[in-house]
Design a protein around this ligand. Structure first.
Ligand code: ATP
Length: 844
């Protein structure tokens, strides 16, 4: 055990307890990867061929622009990685250590050599060390040894040089506690641990691409092939019409450059990374990027009750002792059995409350807080009646037992769920007497339990027995018990739960409560917050035990509350809903919840009360443990997806407009309307900003009035393509008109200058069309995105600068426009707004 001063010195000496990550990609590698894109390769080939055909300017421009694009892509990738890293930091593991003699919770990276670390079920082992305490401690070391069964630990000495898996008196960083309790003295941290030695061998877990990114990659690939085919055809037509090979090739290059949406994939990355930052500020930390999109498709949310739907601020309401209900305020410690119940509830309890810092299960802190109020401090009581041995609580067994020496006798205290304990009690203590348990007495206890539960109270039963001698207690001993009393506790629903449940239902999402608590308690709370309308929608986990998977699939829609559920039931419920074609979000906090969290499409862990293991398995961590935060995250997920769709619509419709203009010119045997530099200027510069801005469109509530989006729905639906088509047609028409005007007035250079100016400005204007599928022109919404307005103004300045500053004309291959010509450009571009807005109104 260290003092905080010693810990500081050790930290200085040994450094932080963290693994130096496997080799990360260097910035240069990331930069090179930008050139791997198929679309970029096409551009490079175009540049090389242009050079051979003597159009060196095009070659240089294309290469410069590609390089700029690669630099931008690199910066974005590095930034996105940093933001994901910082999100991961926010959900970094913690450890419980004893410093200056007090139990405190610290970030695992601050654990140092010599620290005494306390371990409980669900904790990750933060460092290597030798066990100093061990109560039925079992540890999953599969990450180190590959052995999937948990290893039972003990304090017994192990011969020197034993294999890692056989060192049962030591624990190792990278493993986690599946059962029991223990404490160890830290001997190795960071790269000095066993896992540190193999850290360089561990695979660098790179972030998987999200379904949307995969969808868009696929789309990009198909688009490239389509473009190549089109370019080939166009090339052939031009040759056939008697054009020169050089001209035919320039057309083909123009078409390729016009069609390739260079900014597409980086925009998705940027929008997702901005989105996750916003969600983190709103208490939902995304650990797997895929979850952001998945959230928009969630149709089932399975939530724990305790702490997520309720406040998890438990207070003891009543005792039931000597066949009497006693409100907490009237507890009298002169009454022997009431005094005994208070002592038992402090002894059979692992929580602590030091200067207001509560560590442990709220059910247990409620018990010791009552003790404090009645003048019995937990630490003192536990010092007097030392714990000899224990069987820790687990949510399958729903019991906890400890053994103590009391008045010269060895007494085992058991606390747990009433229904479980009732089956194990043979006697009852009333006054000073211990009487055989009768059916009548059982009925009284059950009736009291029902009364508490109907009021939404959580109930624990306490029982005890004498054991012979000073031996360790076993599971066998949790039988033939003497009933002492019940304790009821209030855990009020969170105020925001009711509104969040309502919002869920309106959004086509079914909220389901899954709890380890009693059915009647659960139903009472569920009713208050609107999850359950009728008692028949509640059932106990055991009911589904004998059902086949098919039967369960039929059964799940009828149920909104599952009580007395074990972690295995959770997995089956998730699977049944998934098999019915639903996307399921599921919360979990316990050590055994990890498989269910992994099985769910979106595993949601609790940041405050959750075990380290559950956080590790989850896709999202709630920093406030609040159900309403899940609903908020769904809203964010839906909004982000919608915004990304708007961005893509913006990019593709603009590109389509350019393609149509090139095609028209080619078929009408006119000169090439654009130089590659024009299109690259638009695609990479003036188009990227509005596209990103659209991704940042203010979120709206109306997304929660729609049904969840089918997960495998391609982003490019018929309706969506139709919009892109009509809007592209409009932009293409305006650009072509400008081109024709220019051709008539002053030949091909003026024609392409006007076409370039009009296409660029049209697309800037079109940004406002893409804010919504509905017309927004006369609403407040039109001006509500400052980024979009900024992008518009900046884009307009850039294009006007290119058109009006003579020094730039050589580079951009344009001529100076007179006032009327500039107004023509602006006027034609602006026309896109009323026309497309009108089309939206028509469609609506
Ligand atoms: P949820 O699953 O909604 O979080 P829960 O916290 O009630 O609900 P569990 O922690 O699995 O679920 O508890 C199940 C039952 O076990 C409780 O209803 C209670 O009767 C009993 N119980 C809970 N905590 C303890 C404990 N620390 N010691 C003994 N029994 C407990």
């Amino acid at each position: 055990m260290l003092t905080s001063e010693q810990a500081r010195q050790n930290q200085e000496k040994y450094g932080f307890n963290e693994l130096v990550e496997g080799k990360k990609k260097s910035v240069f590698q990331i930069f090179l990867e930008q050139y791997k894109d198929f679309l970029v390769i096409i551009l490079i080939i175009a540049a090389i061929v242009s050079g051979f055909l003597g159009d060196v300017e095009s070659t240089v421009v294309i290469l410069v622009v590609i390089t700029m694009n690669a630099i931008l892509g690199t910066v974005q990738t590095v930034k996105a990685e940093q933001s994901l890293d910082s999100l991961k930091q926010m959900s970094a593991p913690e450890a419980k250590v004893i410093r200056d003699g007090t139990l405190i919770q610290i970030p695992a990276r601050e654990v140092t050599i010599g620290d005494r670390v306390i371990l409980e079920a669900g904790d990750c082992v933060p460092a290597d060390g030798k066990l100093a305490e061990c109560a039925s401690l079992k540890v999953d070391e599969s990450a180190l040894t590959g052995e999937s069964l948990s290893v039972e630990k003990s304090l017994d000495e192990v011969p020197e040089g034993a294999a890692l898996g056989d060192q049962t008196n030591r624990v190792f960083s990278g493993s986690f506690v599946t059962y029991g309790r223990g404490a160890f003295e830290v001997t190795g941290i960071g790269m000095g641990t066993e896992v540190g030695k193999i850290a360089s061998l561990l695979k660098n877990t790179s972030e998987k691409r999200t379904p949307l990114q995969v969808n868009l990659d696929e789309f990009g690939r198909k688009l490239s092939i389509l473009i190549l085919i089109f370019c080939g055809i166009l090339f052939a037509i031009n040759i056939f019409q008697g054009g020169s090979v050089g001209d035919a090739f320039l057309f083909a290059v123009a078409l390729a450059v016009a069609a390739i949406p260079e900014a597409l994939s980086s925009i998705v990355t940027i929008v997702l990374s901005f989105g996750t930052q916003k969600m983190a500020r709103e208490h939902a930390i995304i650990r797997k990027l895929q979850a952001v999109e998945g959230l928009g498709s969630v149709s089932i949310v399975c939530s724990d009750k305790t702490g997520t739907l309720t406040q998890n601020k438990m207070t003891v309401e009543d005792y039931y002792v000597d066949e009497k209900r006693i409100p907490a305020a009237q507890i009298d410690l002169n009454e022997e059995n009431q005094n005994m119940l208070l002592h038992f509830s402090i002894l059979c309890n692992d929580s602590t409350n030091t200067d207001g810092q509560e560590i442990g299960d709220p059910t247990e802190t409620a018990l010791i807080n009552l003790g404090s109020r009645l003048g019995k401090e937990a630490l003192e009581v536990r010092d007097t009646y030392e714990r000899k041995s224990e069987i820790p609580f687990d949510s399958d067994r729903k019991l906890m037992s400890t053994a103590h020496e009391l008045r010269g006798k060895h007494i085992m205290v058991v606390k747990g769920a009433v229904d479980v304990l009732l089956t194990r009690m043979t006697h009852v203590r009333i006054g000073k007497d211990v009487l055989p348990m009768t059916e009548e007495e059982k009925a009284k206890i059950e009736a009291q339990n029902m009364e508490f539960s109907r009021g939404g109270l959580r109930v624990l039963a306490f029982a005890y027995r004498e054991i012979e001698g000073d031996r360790a207690i076993t599971l066998e001993d949790e039988n033939d018990l003497i009933f002492l009393g019940l304790v009821s506790m209030m855990d009020p629903p969170r105020e925001e739960s009711k509104a969040a449940v309502e919002e869920c239902i309106e959004a086509g999402i079914k909220p389901i409560m899954i709890t380890g608590d009693h059915k009647v308690t659960a139903a009472a709370i569920a009713k208050r917050i609107g999850i359950l309308k009728d008692e028949s929608e509640a059932c106990e986990g055991a009911v589904i035990e004998n059902m086949s998977d098919e039967e369960l699939q039929e059964f799940v829609p009828k149920i909104s509350v599952y009580a007395r559920v074990s972690p295995e039931h959770k997995i089956r419920i998730v699977r049944a809903w998934q098999d019915r074609g639903n996307i399921v979000a599921m919360t979990g906090d316990g050590v055994n919840d990890a498989p269910a969290l992994k099985q769910a499409d979106i595993g949601v862990a609790m940041g405050i009360t959750g075990t380290e293991v559950s956080k590790d398995a989850a896709a999202m961590v709630l920093t406030d443990d609040n159900f309403a935060t899940i609903v908020k995250a769904v809203e964010n997920g839906r909004n982000l997806y919608r915004n990304i769709k708007y961005s893509i619509q913006f990019l593709l419709s603009g590109n389509f407009g350019a393609i149509l203009t090139v095609l028209f010119a080619s078929i009408a045997s006119l000169p090439v309307p654009f130089e590659p530099v024009h299109l690259l200027f638009i695609n990479l510069l003036t188009d990227s900003l509005p596209a990103i801005a659209l991704g940042l469109e203010p979120h709206t509530k109306d997304v929660m009035k729609e049904k969840p989006r089918p997960i495998n729905e391609s982003i490019l639906t018929k309706d969506y393509l139709l919009r892109i088509g009509t809007e592209g047609l409009c932009i293409g028409a305006m650009t072509t008109i400008a081109f024709l005007i220019g051709l008539n007035q002053g030949g091909s250079l003026l024609g392409s200058t006007l076409a370039f100016g009009t296409l660029c400005t049209s697309r800037l204007v079109h940004g406002f069309n893409c804010k919504s599928n509905r017309p927004v022109i006369f609403t407040n919404r039109f001006f509500n995105n400052v980024y979009l307005i900024g992008a518009f103004v900046l884009g307009l300045l850039l294009i006007t600068g290119v058109l009006m500053i003579p020094g730039l004309h050589n580079i951009f291959q344009v001529v100076t426009l007179n006032g009327t010509q500039l107004l023509t450009v602006y006027g034609l571009a602006l026309l896109n707004l009323p026309i497309i807005q009108f089309l939206k109104k028509l469609r609506k």
